[in-house]
Design a protein around this ligand. Structure first.
Ligand code: SF4
Ligand code: SF4
Length: 112
C-alpha cells in the first residue's frame, strides 16, 4: 500500500505535499514529483494539501490514471533515475529526469 502522484502534478509541482510528508518520501523529478512506493507509510496527509487533486491511495487510483502506479515505482529504477531506495528525498535533491511517459506528456493548458 502506498500513495501515488498522478497526472495533475505534471508541470504544477508546487511542492505542497513535500513539506507535509512525515517520512520525506516524495521525490522531485523534472516535470512532476514521485512518491516512493516502498518508503510511503500511507498516512494520507499529502492528499488534502494537493491543489490539483493529483494524489490517490494506490487501491483508489481511477482507471484512466492507473498507469501512474507503475510510473511512480519505475521512476526509482535503473531505467529512469537509478535512485533505488535512498530513504529520504532531502538527501537526494531534485532530479532533472522523468519517467518516459511523463516526459512525453502533453503540456498542460495553463503552460501553453
Ligand atoms: S501518504 Fe503520507 S507517507 Fe505517503 S507520500 Fe503522502 S504524506 Fe508521505
Ligand atoms: S501537492 Fe500535488 S501538485 Fe503539488 S507537488 Fe504535490 S502532487 Fe504535485
Amino acid at each position: 500500500m502506498a500513495y501515488v502522484i498522478t497526472e495533475g502534478c505534471i508541470d504544477c509541482k508546487d511542492g505542497a505535499c513535500v513539506s507535509c510528508c512525515p517520512v520525506d518520501c516524495i521525490y522531485e523529478g523534472g516535470r512532476t514529483f514521485y512518491i516512493h512506493p516502498d518508503e510511503c507509510i500511507s498516512c494520507g496527509i499529502c492528499v488534502s494539501v494537493c491543489p490539483t487533486d493529483a494524489i490517490y491511495e494506490d487501491v483508489e487510483v481511477p482507471q484512466h490514471l492507473r498507469h501512474f502506479i507503475g510510473i511512480n515505482r519505475e521512476f526509482f529504477g535503473p531505467q529512469v533515475s537509478g535512485l533505488g531506495s535512498p530513504g529520504g528525498a532531502s538527501s537526494v535533491g531534485p532530479k532533472s529526469c522523468d519517467h518516459p511517459l511523463v516526459a512525453a506528456a502533453a503540456q498542460s493548458a495553463a503552460d501553453r
